[in-house]
Design a protein around this ligand. Sequence first.
Ligand code: SF4
Length: 240
Amino acid sequence: MKKNLIPGIYNYCDMWCEQCKYTTQCLVFQKEKERRIKHLENDEDPDDINSVLEDVKESFQEAFMLIKEQKGELEIETEDVGESKFITAPDFTKYNIHSIGNEYFSRGIELLESLSKYYSLIVLCCDGEDVVYDEDSLDIKNNIQILSYYTHQVFSKIRRLIMELEDKVMDEYLLEARNITAKIIYIALTRSSEALGYFYQLENGFEEEIEEMLLLTNKVKDELLSLVPDVENYKRKYFD
Ligand code: SF4
């Protein structure tokens, strides 16, 4: 392992690498960088689905070999793994946070489409190809990025949290994993609310939709607090 890497730091983050200060110390980021370089050197598009699938296959093989090695070293009983309920999908519908989160996701996508059109209009108003963004349009761009990233992330993290809550293997690792997932959702909702507040004060004609989104954001947060009451005070290693 490279000297400056922080082991397992990627277990605590929200995976928004463009905004992360730990890229040089993160194995996941470094691996992704190497992956992209390898494809570019071979004149391949790193984002092409075939490149991605090939890489996924390789990383599964690597992980499998690693598990085999560790299993040999640690003498892990295969049955231990079998106890985890992670393997079967839980009944998501019994959690209110799942249905509200689903609505948050669909409404969020609709609003983003409208806001993105609004943002494109601002860009189109500028002359020439070298668009110089003023402070306002940069703010719009940044806030759209925040909404976009977290709208997509909240729902997938909600599903992950439910899976972690349903897992009956109550160990320290799992409790920590639940807290981390809940905290990431909490921060995503807080930052989304701030971005929504920004667009609200622009009075660009989307006030009604924004109000609905703010309401949904608060509802998801309430449900989250009922599932993980201490989420506000929990601090992730490295990030909070
Ligand atoms: S720790 Fe930072 S660089 Fe690494 S995966 Fe997370 S966000 Fe990306």
